[in-house]
Design a protein around this ligand. Structure first.
Ligand SMILES: [Zn+2]
Length: 253
């Protein structure tokens, strides 16, 4: 079985003392590919270093809506320059976050500028949408980017809109949290196989029975197993289809 963790954060400070060991340890698991996502300018260098040191790791570069106030004016130039690395394959994560809630106009400006850059460079985007579903999908509809919605738990009708121009959606261990899994399960049941990805968003969001612990990419196996059970197929099938989809999404040959 080959697994692709389509969204992880080994640049996070929770991995500051052992990120390279933990990444190398994945070689003994079924995790064959990993996309290290990015959240703000202060970690661009760390993401590039991770990608340079581990040949099965791909990366993205971009600004998370929670960090827009810390973002310098020249950030688009910094993104462009980081994108020169051949295994930086996407822009993100970007989007809207009305839970962390920095000023909405600033969030929207930085979201739109990154969508515009992705169009110009013909690159896929990774979308973060927390408590901002209507606004987020409305803006996406204007640009119709290639890419994926990560940990989306909003209305199914809005997700279907994003499918209509070819976006993917990635599921993680949100599917296991009794108090908030239902919207994610509803989205899972409405997602065609060819639009589905799996991720951990590690170090955040370990499976619910270990929720206080640090999560790692190996925990993507639990996501695969939950999806297999819910959709009545084998784990091998879910692993195979989501790995193929992630390679297509990130254009990895
Ligand atoms: Zn993330």
């Amino acid at each position: 079985m080959e697994l692709f963790d389509s969204h992880a954060h080994y640049e996070d400070e929770q991995f500051s003392s052992d990120r390279h060991e933990r990444l190398e340890a994945l070689r003994k698991t079924n995790v064959r590919y990993l996309l290290n996502c990015c959240s703000d300018v202060s970690v661009f260098e760390t993401v590039l270093e991770i990608v340079a040191q581990h040949d099965f790791v791909y990366g993205s570069i971009g600004i998370h809506p929670g960090w827009v106030q810390e973002t310098p004016e020249n950030y688009l130039e910094l993104i462009r320059s980081a994108l020169k690395h051949e295994r930086i394959v996407a822009i993100g994560e970007m989007g809207l976050d009305y839970y962390l809630n920095p000023p909405h106009d600033l969030q929207e400006r930085i979201f739109r500028q990154q969508l515009q850059l992705a169009k110009e460079l013909d690159m896929p985007v990774i979308i973060h949408d927390r408590d901002a579903h209507e606004d987020c999908i409305r803006i996406l509809e204007e640009y119709k980017p290639q890419g994926g919605l990560h940990r989306y738990g909003g209305p199914v009708e809005l997700l279907q809109k994003a499918f209509s121009w070819g976006m993917y959606v990635s599921f993680n261990n949100d599917l296991t949290y009794p108090e908030w899994r239902q919207p994610h399960i509803d989205c899972l049941m409405a997602t065609p196989w060819e639009r589905m990805l799996v991720e951990t968003d590690c170090p955040f969001a370990a499976p619910s029975e270990r929720r206080e612990e640090r999560c790692e990419s190996g925990d993507v196996a639990n996501v695969v197993s939950v999806i297999a059970r819910r959709r009545g197929v084998t784990e091998e099938f879910v692993a195979d289809v989501t790995t193929k989809n992630a390679k297509k999404f990130y254009r990895i040959t």
